[in-house]
Design a protein around this ligand. Structure first.
Ligand code: DX5
Ligand code: ZN
Length: 218
């Protein structure tokens, strides 16, 4: 599977989201990653449904929505405006019910499960055939610009091993603190979908170069 680079737009200038989308499109970002934070599961608040709908209208790039929220079932409408929607395992005992709810809103949407750095992934063995993405948080969720947590490398490798024999191929995403110093490490452990905010958007003039490097794994 080719490496995918997703731009988490909260790393850009949020007073001009249209520009962040435009530079993403022009510089080879594969997917737009939208962090939805509710001020409860995580301390921060980001975008609501209307903003997400407006972004959907502005781009033909695929959108992946990362729900950092309690009660993800209340956010099912977001599934209408994206190609992939991912919620956290820490907020539910009923992941299959939530997956089915998301698909009932948008039958084509891919669904993912996100895991915090200190969360176990044994549950994954029960979800073969249900999910398209495992998002390994490489920082505690809530903010862009935090430092990568190296212990998460083992988790990436575990996810890879656990899902390698699955019939459907899935994304193994990493999100948080990804930069020049660690992208090769996460790729080496099996990640195939790299989410970056600060590293990509701290300098719009270098986005293309950085994406190429990640994709070439060099
Ligand atoms: C963190 C978010 C990430 C964040 C990544 O809670 O889920 O998507 O935007 O930001 P960086 O790449 O700056 O760590
Ligand atoms: Zn995210």
């Amino acid at each position: 599977m080719d490496v995918i680079v997703a731009g988490s737009i909260i790393g850009g200038n949020l007073l001009n989201i249209e520009e962040v989308i435009k530079v993403s499109e022009e510089n080879g970002v594969d997917w737009i990653h939208l962090d939805i934070m509710d001020g409860n599961f995580v301390p921060n608040i980001t975008f609501g449904l209307q903003i997400v709908e407006s972004i959907r209208k502005k781009t033909s790039l695929p959108i992946d929505i990362h729900l950092m929220v309690l009660n993800p079932e209340k956010y099912k409408e977001f599934a209408k405006f994206c190609e992939m929607i991912t919620f956290h395992i820490e907020v539910t005992h009923f992941p299959i019910r939530i997956i089915e709810l998301m698909k009932s809103v948008n039958s084509k949407v891919k669904v993912g499960i996100a895991v915090n750095p200190a969360t176990n992934i044994d549950f994954l063995e029960n979800l073969e055939g249900y999910i398209d993405n495992v998002l390994v948080m490489t920082v505690e969720p809530g903010f862009a610009g935090q430092k990568f947590i190296p212990n998460t490398l083992n988790k990436i490798e575990k996810v890879k091993k656990m899902t390698d024999l699955w019939k459907n191929k899935i994304f193994i995403s990493v999100d948080g603190g990804i930069n020049e110093e660690n992208y090769k490490l996460v790729l080496g452990r099996g990640a195939n979908y790299i989410v970056c905010a600060s590293y990509l958007y701290n300098d719009y003039s270098k986005i293309k170069e950085k994406i190429q490097k990640i994709k070439n794994k060099n």
